[in-house]
Design a protein around this ligand. Structure first.
Ligand code: MG
Length: 272
């Protein structure tokens, strides 16, 4: 399990010093602005990646339109679930699939949204169809399509993977999201979706304490994930992908928290 960090695609692709400053050699390249998914930016990314010795293990693909990370408006704004943004976002994810194939990354990752838990919901199958359209496009380009956990329970994700049915699907397991959204316990979730996990976000958090808002993200090691046990279980099920540190704050505190997470992870990994 190699330690890496989220890296925002900025500065036309000259953004790999962010990773190198932590002594890390792998990242997920994340971006919400599809206008950057160009051949020219891809060329710069390939160059900078080679120059700094930092590998891109996936492209975290964002989409346009509103995004509200809460229980009240999340279901009508996030991912491929809201019908009014679906077609446009399918096209944007295809642009990121092109970009990922140009830079040689193995997959794109995104949040699909609050996928209906009730499989007889009339919107469920259209959402599955939209995901399949993106997944098949990725397949044609020789890359994977990975779901980031968050807005759905592990069993909803499993059911959806079965229904999408392409052979290039995977999961980017964000253990904190399962907690922040109150959707599951990340260690137990591995019993349900463990075999699909390709990358892990190293993020921590607390469960919701009211019905409208997500729980609070906290520094790694200070929340409910229980990283030493989580890492042990990942090893038991044979996971050998990347552990990508994600700290959703900015500035100096983010840098300090990432450094701390790197050193804690190294210590925990030595013990599993
Ligand atoms: Mg995440």
């Amino acid at each position: 399990m190699e330690i890496g960090v989220i890296n925002s695609l900025t500065n036309g692709g000259r953004c790999f010093d962010h990773v190198a400053q932590f002594g890390l050699k792998v990242c997920q390249l994340a971006c919400w602005d599809t206008s950057l998914a160009t051949r020219e930016v891809a060329r710069v990314v390939v160059e900078e990646s080679a120059k700094t010795g930092v590998r891109v293990c996936a492209v975290w693909a964002g989409w346009s339109g509103p995004a509200e990370w809460n229980f009240t408006r999340g279901p009508i704004t996030l991912g491929l679930v809201p019908r009014e943004y679906r077609a446009q976002r399918v096209e944007e994810l295809k642009r990121w699939a092109d970009f990922a194939s140009w830079i040689g990354a193995p997959a794109i990752i995104t949040h699909c949204g609050f996928i209906p838990e009730n499989m007889t919901d009339p919107e469920y199958l259209p959402v599955v169809d939209a995901i399949r359209e993106v997944a098949q496009y990725c397949q044609q380009r020789g890359i994977g399509f990975w779901f980031e956990t968050g807005q759905e329970t592990p069993v909803v994700l499993l059911r959806t993977i079965q229904r999408v049915g392409t052979d290039n699907l995977g999961i980017n397991l964000d253990p904190a999201n399962l907690i922040l959204y109150g959707k599951g316990n990340p260690i137990d979730a591995l019993d349900v979706i463990g075999r699909w996990v390709r990358n892990v976000h190293v993020k921590d958090g607390l469960y919701p304490t009211d019905g409208d808002h997500l729980g609070r993200e906290v520094p790694v090691g200070q929340g409910k994930v229980r990283f030493p046990d989580f890492l042990k279980r990942l090893k038991e099920i044979g996971f050998d992908g990347e552990l990508i540190i994600e700290r959703e704050i900015s500035g100096e505190q983010q840098i300090r928290d990432i450094r701390q997470a790197v050193s804690d992870l190294q210590r925990w990994l030595a013990e599993v």
